[in-house]
Write a protein that binds this ligand. Structure first.
Ligand code: ZN
Length: 449
């Protein structure tokens, strides 16, 4: 038997947040050490760690890289109970619960993806560090994965200044694991071969890794279906990737971005990621709807209408009524079809990533690799779905413009929906950042000349 934890599928910031679920992660009960710790990571809560790992400047303005291990004092660690489980930690004011929750979030996400891979995922920093040092760092207003570490801080709401710890935010932690997965499985480009779209690809994949992981919570799958009746273009948990409070959503997967939004340039890789994330999300929805038709849960006409909806919102009410009726008739067919689509998409993605090189990577490469992955895995069953969704996003049709300076709040001007344009996370690994900063400086100088 594995080890049991209490894990919040959604950060518990308001009354109607989903309660913690008891989850079983793969390490056998009794095998985990204090922290928790296993052979891939150890969680610690340092006393007075002043700054996060990564690139910094000293008092004289000289850059230095700050890396693990932490060698100072730490707070009391979470310990397993006599049976080897961690269910006795459930007080959100107890730092040991936060440590257990961060561990379980990372391990749960790795378990999900290692099942699809059929093998362990090895950290990209494995040649220097046996294990990731996972740090609870409340005074850090972000979360990051870097060379040898994962650091989890606190979200500061931009509107009301309220605080919510990222240590209880599964989406954010899974997003960081997603970056680690892509570093491990696709790799890091050489600074001179790094395209803007590699950065967007990283952010997009991190969100998708998190989305697929979150769809392994029974309560999320039920809530997604109960609140939409399977009409997934509606806003739902799937596209609230990194919800940090009841009012602010950081990322929306079902977005409307196309490549032409970046024709004149881009400012933030989280936003540049959106056409690719949107294409992948729409592929998930299309596989789901196609499966619903195949098992007889919805009619082919209903699927066609739902595809056309974005051009004719006046059918929205009628469409929702039809989905509500179909879902009430066959809830388990909807459940199974969503699981089916989730797993098909995950397999498609890992075969897609396996075909990619990080050097010169752009979204067209992802498109081509996904078509080949579909041929290899499913005999081209989703060829049309992939083609339609990449074409709708203008991937391959419109080139990305140059990188532009960020304005104060990191937003672009072309979209006013703050839910789509408010991004808080910045999680380049330090080694890569030092290269990248030099590269950016060189490139921006070149542009000025
Ligand atoms: Zn990120």
């Amino acid at each position: 038997m594995g080890t049991l934890f209490r894990l919040f599928p959604q950060t518990p910031t308001h009354e109607d947040s989903l309660p913690a679920e008891i989850v079983e992660v793969s390490p056998s009960a009794g095998s985990l050490g204090p922290g928790p710790s296993d052979d891939a990571m150890y969680v610690i809560f340092p006393v007075d760690k002043e700054i996060e790992y990564g690139m910094h400047e000293d008092n004289l303005g000289q850059p230095f890289v700050y890396l693990p291990p932490w060698d100072g004092p730490i707070y009391e660690q979470a310990e397993p109970d006599l049976d080897g489980h961690f269910l006795h930690y459930q007080d959100v004011n107890d730092g040991r619960f936060h440590a257990a929750h961060v561990y379980a979030s990372i391990r749960f996400t790795l378990d999900v993806w290692e099942q699809y891979y059929g093998r362990p995922i090895k950290w990209h920093f494995r040649s220097h560090y046996d294990r990731a040092e996972v740090i609870i760092l409340p005074n850090f207003d972000n979360a990051q994965i870097g060379y040898g570490f994962v650091e989890i801080g606190t979200n500061v709401d931009k509107k009301d200044g309220s605080l919510s710890p990222f240590s209880l935010n599964f989406d954010v932690i899974a997003h960081e694991v997603g970056h680690g997965l892509i570093y491990a499985e696709v790799g890091l480009p050489h600074p001179e071969t790094e395209q803007a779209e590699y950065l967007g690809f990283q952010e997009s994949c991190a969100d998708i890794v998190s989305m697929i992981a979150v769809l392994h919570f029974n309560s999320i799958v039920s809530e997604v279906l109960n609140s939409t009746s399977g009409n997934l273009y509606m806003h739902n948990h799937l596209n609230r990737f990194a919800e940090t409070s009841s009012s602010s959503q950081i990322r929306l997967a079902s977005n409307e971005y196309k490549m032409s939004d970046f024709r004149n340039g881009w400012k933030d890789e989280h936003i540049l990621a959106q056409p690719l994330t949107g294409a992948v999300f729409d592929i998930l929805v299309d596989i789901f709807h196609e499966e619903l038709v195949r098992v007889g849960a919805i009619s082919a006409e209903l699927e066609e209408i739902s595809d056309l909806l974005e051009n004719s919102p006046e059918y929205g009410k009628q469409l929702q009524d039809d989905f509500d009726r179909a879902y009430a008739d066959h809830p388990w067919l909807f459940h199974d079809a969503l699981i089916h689509a989730r797993d098909r998409l995950a397999l498609l993605l890992i075969k897609t990533w396996a075909r990619l090189s990080p050097d010169y990577l752009d979204y067209t490469d992802v498109h081509k690799a996904m078509l080949m992955a579909d041929t290899e895995l499913f005999d081209g069953q989703y060829h049309t779905i992939i083609e339609v969704n990449f074409a709708w996003r203008e991937i391959g049709a419109v080139a990305v413009g140059p990188r532009l300076p960020k304005d104060d709040d990191g937003r672009t001007e072309s979209h006013t929906n703050s839910n789509r344009t408010m991004f808080l996370l910045d999680d380049e690994p330090p080694v890569r950042r030092s290269y990248f900063e030099r590269y950016s400086v060189a490139r921006s100088n070149a542009l000025k000349m």
